[in-house]
Ligand binder design. Structure first.
Ligand code: KIV
Length: 238
């Protein structure tokens, strides 16, 4: 699984054969320039999900419900339906709120859970679950969510051992980000793996330096225009 934020990124991911596309609320930082995910709005998520759905016509699309839009079952169902209406296949919510999950599922809305580091409410961005008590709570939440019938469970920034134990203990497939090699699948933020983000994170592997490529292309274009190498007759109409 990888994140996408618009038509071209979704199209590229689908062409490359990704299993799931996440319209993650991390686009608040990577695309909209906000300091964290707390400022993302439902309207932002609808706008980006709609664009992603135009580019990915076969791949299941998971859309994040932003913080504050699923505080009670009724809001969760109403707002999730808005994301489904523009092309999301499932919605992802952070934490364990059984009443919200039950309401979504009973309205035929597929749910992706998200445990461990919860960016929508976290005060510190760090590994979660090193302490026995916290690890037990995450395990218990994972069991509960899986038993309720969620489709997938994202585990973010948890110790490898905890992610492995959860993966072995529950029916829902786990998707790790900074959770080691034993989860069922992996997710990363596209901007991070292609080198578009400003930060370098330990849990990320960068596969391309798209920022440098774009900068280079733009500099060449500027030079060409300034020294008359572009446009030529080839690029002109008679
Ligand atoms: O918003 C996001 O990008 C996420 C991560 C789990 C990838 O939720």
């Amino acid at each position: 699984m990888l994140t996408a934020w618009d038509y071209p990124t979704a199209k590229i991911l689908e062409e490359a054969g990704i299993d799931y596309i996440l319209v993650g609320d991390s686009l608040a930082m990577t695309v909209l320039g906000h300091p964290n995910t707390k400022s993302i709005t439902l309207e932002n998520m609808i706008y980006h999900t709609q664009a992603v759905a135009k580019g990915a016509v076969k791949t299941p699309i998971i859309a994040d419900l932003p913080v504050g839009t699923y505080d009670n079952p009724q809001d969760a169902v109403t707002n999730a339906n808005k994301l489904l209406a523009v092309g999301a296949t499932m919605v992802k919510i952070e934490g364990n709120n059984p009443e919200v999950v039950k309401a979504l599922l009973s309205n035929n809305i597929q749910v992706v859970g998200h445990l461990g580091l919860l960016p929508q409410t976290a005060e510190k961005f760090t590994v979660v679950g090193r302490e026995q008590e916290v690890a037990e709570k995450i395990k218990q939440d994972a069991r509960e969510l899986s038993d309720l019938g969620i489709s997938l469970l994202v585990l973010e920034c948890v110790p490898v051992k905890l992610a492995k134990e959860i993966t072995e203990a529950i029916t829902a497939p786990t998707i790790g980000i900074g959770a080691g090699m034993y989860t069922t699948g992996q997710v990363l933020v596209l901007a991070d793996i292609i080198g578009l983000s400003d930060k370098k994170l330990k849990m990320v592997k960068q596969y391309a330096d798209v920022k440098a490529r774009i900068r280079h292309a733009v500099s060449e274009y500027i030079q060409d225009v300034k020294n008359g190498a572009f446009p030529t007759e080839e690029n002109s109409f008679v």
